[in-house]
Ligand binder design. Sequence first.
Ligand SMILES: Cc1ncc(C[n+]2csc(CCOP(=O)(O)OP(=O)(O)O)c2C)c(N)n1
Ligand code: SF4
Ligand SMILES: [Mg+2]
Length: 293
Amino acid sequence: MAEAVLEAKDFKGDVHPDWCPGCGDFGVLNVLQRALAESGLKQHEVAVISGIGCSSNLPGFINTYGMHTLHGRSLPNAQGFKLANTDMTVVACGGDGDGYGIGVGHLVHALRRNIDMTYIVMNNSIYGLTTGQTSPTSGFGMKTKSTPFGNPEVPLNPITLALGSGASFVARAFSGNPKQAVDIFKAAIAHKGFAIVDTFSPCVTFNKVNTAQFYRDNTYDLNAEGHDTSDFMKAMEVANRDTYGDRIATGIFYQNERPCYEAQEKDTLSVALAKQDLGISAANAEALKASFK
Ligand SMILES: Cc1ncc(C[n+]2csc(CCOP(=O)(O)OP(=O)(O)O)c2C)c(N)n1
Ligand code: SF4
Ligand SMILES: [Mg+2]
């Protein structure tokens, strides 16, 4: 008998999200559930691993394996998980503060390391969970709780950062455009290497500038305009030009097929570490397991 194909609802968790009504994170969760189902995956084949933040609560609301780790530490945990069990589909997720602020050092190395996994950054240009401080993607001059006279720093550009760090898949999605976002998430999951998807996910409570309407009015789909995703220099040019302001590019900026980390470590990773023979007797293995109880 052919195995049943799952639907998005099969990835729905038992816990109802406690995000504010209208939060963009609901849209990202729906898009991820659809993308996993349409990728032909089953719940036990997927792990979703986050840091800390409103967005980082997502693993609690999806029916897969999951980990809610420390602020800025989704990527070390997710990469470790993937290397220990290379058969799994691993999705890291979290906010702009988590990934582009405290966790940015891990991000740069994950981008160049190119382990086969997906990273979804739910970018609302604010620290949502801690009630509205400036984040690395808050606009220059933006007034927030931590910058009441206006943000004195220029925002970080996640796309040029990713491209400049050797990323093999770089994309941007918007929670308010689920059709495009599902296609992007599916492409990211199918990509053999580290795929980053910067995903606009508006915070309705603490960011009154980067609203869903703002993104509806100011984004365009660069892939619909015939962008060549193999052209690195063009990707840099578009990302540099169309990230802030009133014409913001969404879609897949760049993709290449350089070998992923696992392909360079064939000898140790051909059998997932979690499934490798421990080289000890069954009795000793049982004793070892019992010692952890
Ligand atoms: C080491 C550490 N520093 C600071 C915090 C406080 N903190 C929790 S979430 C957060 C920022 C959340 O912003 P973001 O990652 O953008 O997620 P969002 O809530 O906007 O989805 C901060 C500073 C923490 N939990 N741990
Ligand atoms: S505070 Fe903002 S990011 Fe957090 S749940 Fe509410 S709307 Fe979403
Ligand atoms: Mg945020």
